[in-house]
Design a protein around this ligand. Structure first.
Ligand SMILES: [Mg+2]
Length: 427
């Protein structure tokens, strides 16, 4: 079969057995030992190290059921420590953000990076360097999958973890192995397929990602919803999803490097407010509300002879919110907790976590916010910014003349990656 080659390149980076790996960072003696992490109130198993998986202990299994096996094999048991996982996640994400101009934090331990424009023959080495440095900086092992669409990058990541030869990094761009790779991935493992569709596809003889990529469009159109067709296109190498587009977002993040190092808390407050406003706009677009907000700041770790500081913290909201003003207040509280004077900050970021559908928000009896009034205000705000351009209306907290904003006045056209900036020939 023939494949399309798009000009986009995405990397999906995923931390390996993230919660279990977090527990090992501070107890290296546990490397190579079986670990399980339990949900709140120690109910179910929510994370396993590879050694635990090999014992046949299943994801989501109630703790009491797995107990005999756990005791027999001396599996190390941890209650979930979300404060630790959140902080290590922010460290991994901020490290990753050094490797690409644009990044989407997809979940607590996964991020898509935009590598479009990179030399293809360098991609594998770049992925390997990313893996080595992030592991060195954070202690968390990661896997890197690189391909021309997000769906293929997700698949490359899946195989990078499985294959001994790939050893954690797999680049599928222009790879002669793409067909074989597609054949190795069960259809249920393809991003966005899900169990229900996987069963239906299998009943019709579609077992692998390869079978799905070869599927008949008319038949698929008739039997499945449109998002699945987009997945099929993506498997064929046609990029349909850009950064920050996913079937269902798990978290929404906005982070940027500053044009110049910033020491001033006032300026950091402006940048954090602006990132929060941007993330909140996307939150409302996805019709979600967030229950937790995380802020991180750090200095430039590539600069020598500069004192380094990294910190992050997250704050839970009593009622899930989609309200920019409320979220900015929370972000400022978080920033105040982590800001330390005398450091030249290079980057800040805001991550909205624990997302729930906006129409399923649990009401809080002591809520002091008039949610329906605020929601109407937010709709008006979003409408104006859609009509008159992003940022037409902003919160004063975002600053009037933001010097922290990334400078791009002298950027050359994106000749190879943006349709509106292609080179023009006048003949
Ligand atoms: Mg993971």
């Amino acid at each position: 079969m023939s494949f399309t080659h798009s000009s986009r390149i995405f990397a999906l980076v995923d931390a390996n057995n993230f919660y279990a790996s977090c527990e090992r960072v501070f107890r290296p003696a546990l490397v190579g030992k079986p670990i399980v992490v339990l949900s709140n109130n120690d109910g179910c198993i929510i994370a396993r190290s590879n050694e635990t998986k090999a014992l046949g202990i299943r994801m989501g299994e109630p703790f009491y059921k797995a107990k005999p096996l756990i005791q027999a094999h001396g599996v190390h048991v941890f209650s979930a420590n979300f404060a630790l996982y959140g902080d290590l996640s922010a460290r991994v994400m901020s490290s990753l953000s050094e490797f690409a101009p644009e990044m989407e934090i997809y979940s607590i331990d996964e991020a898509f990076l935009d590598l479009s424009g990179m030399q293809r023959h360098h991609l594998n080495a770049y992925g390997r360097q990313m893996k080595q440095l992030v592991e060195q900086w954070t202690g968390i092992p990661i896997s890197v999958g690189i391909a021309e669409t997000k769906t293929l990058a997700q698949m490359a990541n899946y195989l990078a973890k499985k294959s001994k030869k790939a050893n954690g990094v797999l680049d599928l761009t222009r790879s002669p192995h793409r067909t074989r790779a597609l054949q190795q991935v069960p259809v249920g493992e393809v991003w966005g397929v899900g169990r229900k569709f996987a069963e239906k596809l299998q009943r019709h003889g579609i077992q692998t990602a390869f079978d799905l990529a070869q599927g008949n469009d008319a038949w698929l159109f008739q039997h499945f919803p449109a998002p699945l067709l987009r997945t099929v296109q993506e498997l064929r190498g046609v990029a349909c999803l850009s950064l920050e587009q996913a079937p269902i977002p798990k978290s929404i993040a906005c982070s940027r490097s500053f044009a110049q190092p910033e020491e001033d808390l006032g300026k950091l407050r402006e940048s954090v407010a602006a990132y929060t406003a941007h993330a909140a706009e996307r939150l409302r677009k996805a019709k979600m509300a967030c229950q937790r907000l995380l802020v991180f700041i750090h200095t430039n770790r590539f600069r020598q002879n500069v004192s380094q500081h990294f910190d992050s913290t997250s704050i839970g909201l009593p009622t899930a919110s989609e309200d920019t003003a409320e979220l900015i207040q929370v972000a400022h509280r978080a920033l105040a907790q982590i800001y330390k004077e005398g450091y030249a900050y290079h980057k800040a970021g805001v991550v909205l976590l624990d997302l729930v559908p906006a129409n399923e928000v649990q009401q809080n009896l002591w809520d002091t916010v008039n949610r329906s009034q605020r929601s109407t205000l937010m709709q008006a705000l979003d409408q104006i910014n859609r009509d008159f351009g992003s940022g037409a209306i902003r919160y004063a907290a975002e600053g009037l003349c933001p010097r922290w904003r990334m400078k791009q006045e002298h950027r050359s056209p994106r000749y190879t990656t943006c349709w509106s900036e292609l080179a023009q020939v006048n003949a």
